[in-house]
Design a binder for this molecule. Sequence first.
Ligand SMILES: NC(=O)c1ccc[n+]([C@@H]2O[C@H](COP(=O)([O-])OP(=O)(O)OC[C@H]3O[C@@H](n4cnc5c(N)ncnc54)[C@H](OP(=O)(O)O)[C@@H]3O)[C@@H](O)[C@H]2O)c1
Length: 274
Amino acid sequence: MPVDYRSQTVLLTGASSGIGAAFARALAVRGANLVLVARRADRLASIADELRRTADVRIEVVPTDLSSPAAPTEIRRVVAERGVEVTSLINNAAIGSFALFADVDPTQSTAEVAVDVMAPVALTAAFMPQLTGAGNGFIINLASVSAYFPTPRMAVYSAAKAFMLSFTESLWTELRGTGLTVFAVAPGATGTDFTAGMGPDAAVLTAGKVRAAEDVVATALRHLELRDPGPIVVDGGGNRLGVLVSRFVSRRRAALMMARVFDPARRPPSRTPG
Ligand SMILES: NC(=O)c1ccc[n+]([C@@H]2O[C@H](COP(=O)([O-])OP(=O)(O)OC[C@H]3O[C@@H](n4cnc5c(N)ncnc54)[C@H](OP(=O)(O)O)[C@@H]3O)[C@@H](O)[C@H]2O)c1
């Protein structure tokens, strides 16, 4: 169904790089107003400047650390103070680590839960009255193909993404017929900064086929424009095949298979994301 982007004001988290920045550009070109959230204020400011120059849209920037439990209510306060009515939400910001759980700093593991799970839930709750009130908005939650598999060395991250998948499916049923469209996007390996800072072992994550951030966004917006979008869209044919395979193997086999795939000792890094 055609989406009236010009009537939208989209609150977009993780807008300072990767898939979030690609969402910002694609939505601004279509005429949507944006509220951009991430920690790096300089990156947000430069993306906002670019979008204001190239599109006739209102861009607000709210630099925020989403690992703070107070962040969602603070964002809502700032947005209200500026007189912005949010109609749509994209929960895109996330962090991850790549190491055996026992080797990950406990504060990193809990930060992953805070940013990848707590913040999207709290933001969705904080803005729900505005989102349902708008009558034609959308919520897009970034999941991952790793939501479909137990993912050794990314135990907290893949569990967080499985949460996002299930959370979104439930909201999808609850909000059917309200005019508020809800779905999750599940990308596979995508060429962004996501693995930067995860150490050399994380190169296995991008050793195979890597999609572009713009591909993920195109998949999401195509799905949004369907007459009756389903609760999940998986980006890319290879990733859809992987998800299909996950339905036919036991959880035991899937966990052991993923442990082999993500064992840095077995797969020397061969490619950098692009
Ligand atoms: N890249 C992949 O292979 C891949 C695969 C599957 C799913 N995904 C999902 O796609 C989404 C986007 O990731 P990406 O690949 O585009 O990675 P990215 O380039 O690293 O972008 C992550 C974004 O999240 C923001 N962020 C991180 N921690 C934050 C915090 N504490 N508070 C506020 N913002 C925070 C970052 O901004 P600041 O650093 O400025 O705060 C950045 O804008 C994530 O949900 C990720 O799980 C990615």
